[in-house]
Design a protein around this ligand. Structure first.
Ligand SMILES: [Zn+2]
Length: 417
């Protein structure tokens, strides 16, 4: 579709940073957005190809970005499956993501970082070749899926008292030398690290990570406001899954008195963005509304924190680790036998729809929480919004928030059959 000369033009309802443009268009060339406007102005743009989405209920969103995801479909964000996950996520309008690995051994992390680095290089190479008239890359392959933006290490420097589902023998105190080994091995692939800022050595570690351009997320933590302030002073800027960080018993100061924990501290600290699992299961919608009202539209990011099984049709599945799970839209992923909650089965279009329904947000407002804001958290200045100069990353959804087409860097990576 993308010729070497001329534009590609998408027509339809376009989500702009501050409004939805009815009857609009967006034109791009060489993977970069050149122009956005009303369809009536379109005549001035010489187009190589038009793709018309001007149908009732269809909307052209900026591509979605998931900065916290452990897997989806039949794939984990690890164990040789990262590239397959990238392809699967394109079915949900995801154009960029951070494969995420919870606390693991040093060896497991090193192997995983090599995998992420290799998968990034593979996808980047495919994404840079041009396309022939059949829409294939010059090497015979089209772009293959969502961009792998780098690695999110959710650990291992995590407080064992707030480790959640992580294994106790996999969490440990900050170790600068160990961390340097990861950073060196990853060669720039680590974009985000979640750690417990109250642990000894954590503040020095935060300074080191910032000096290497890695975004620091505070989470799985018993920290209070003083520790959060110190961590922010050292460069931490983000808070892991809000309201899923800390066992609440820990916040009892004395009978009848509650102290603020990391979540409350993050909500009131203007230097911190917060992310939330927006499935309505892991956090009650009322608490999500509290977070949104505290941080405002620009301070909050929706994540899936999803596991394999997410995005599959309702049913019973055997997962890569052998567990038999049950999925149902609107619920988490549960063990088939006991019904125990294993994790999130959320996708980003559903997260966005949930926020629209629960909070009364308009779609162009909710879109910021899954595109512009996660891009900003990572410092991806060229992504997250539909405006000239940004990457041509799009998610086209129908009225039921099902994905119709996903475009990454100007290349169609998913089209509903
Ligand atoms: Zn997680």
């Amino acid at each position: 579709m993308v010729g070497d000369t001329g534009y590609v033009v998408l027509r339809g309802r376009v989500i702009c940073p501050d409004k939805a443009l009815e009857d609009g268009y967006v034109a791009f060339e060489d993977g970069i957005i050149q122009s956005v406007g009303k369809s009536s102005e379109l005549g001035r743009w010489p187009a190589a190809e038009y793709i018309d989405f001007s149908r009732p209920g269809y909307t052209i969103f900026p591509g979605f970005i998931d900065i916290h995801i452990h897997g989806a479909g039949y794939y984990q964000a690890a164990h040789g499956q990262v590239a397959k996950l990238a392809r699967f996520l394109a079915r949900f309008g995801v154009t960029g993501f951070l494969p995420t690995l919870a606390s693991a051994t040093r060896q497991e992390y090193l192997e995983w970082l090599h995998e992420v680095k290799a998968a990034m290089a593979q996808v980047a190479q495919v994404g840079q070749v041009g396309r022939d008239s059949a829409g294939r890359g010059r090497d015979g392959r089209g772009a293959e899926g969502a961009r792998i933006l780098g690695a999110h290490m959710e650990g291992p420097f995590i407080n064992r008292l707030s480790r959640g589902g992580m294994m106790e023998e996999r969490v440990r105190e900050p170790d600068l030398e160990e961390c340097e080994e990861y950073v060196d091995a990853a060669g720039g692939a680590i974009r985000l690290m979640t750690l417990s800022p109250e642990l000894p050595g954590a503040i020095d570690l935060i300074r080191y990570l910032r000096s290497r351009g890695i975004v620091v997320s505070m989470g799985h933590s018993l920290a209070g406001p003083e520790v959060v302030a110190a961590a922010v002073g050292a460069g931490a800027s983000h808070c892991c899954h809000i309201f899923n960080n800390c066992p609440y018993d820990n916040l009892r100061k004395e009978p009848g008195v509650r102290r603020p924990g990391i979540d409350e501290a993050a909500l009131v600290n203007p230097g911190v963005t917060v992310e939330a699992i927006a499935d309505g299961i892991h956090v009650d919608p009322l608490m999500l509304e509290l977070a949104l009202r505290s941080k405002g539209l620009s301070g909050m990011v929706l994540i899936t924190d999803a596991l394999p099984g997410a995005g599959l049709d309702d049913g019973i599945y055997e997962m890569p680790d052998g567990r038999v799970i049950k999925t149902r839209k609107g619920d988490g992923i549960r063990l088939k036998d006991t019904g125990a909650l294993v994790g999130s089965g959320l996708t980003l279009p559903l997260a966005m729809r949930n926020f629209m329904q629960w909070m009364g947000l308009r779609d162009w407002e909710a879109a910021q929480l899954v595109s512009g804001n996660p891009a900003r958290v990572l410092g991806e200045a060229d992504s997250g919004f539909i405006e000239p100069g940004k990457r041509a990353d799009f998610a086209v959804l129908d009225k039921d928030f099902n994905c119709v087409m996903t475009i990454v860097g100007g290349e169609i990576v998913y089209e509903r059959g």
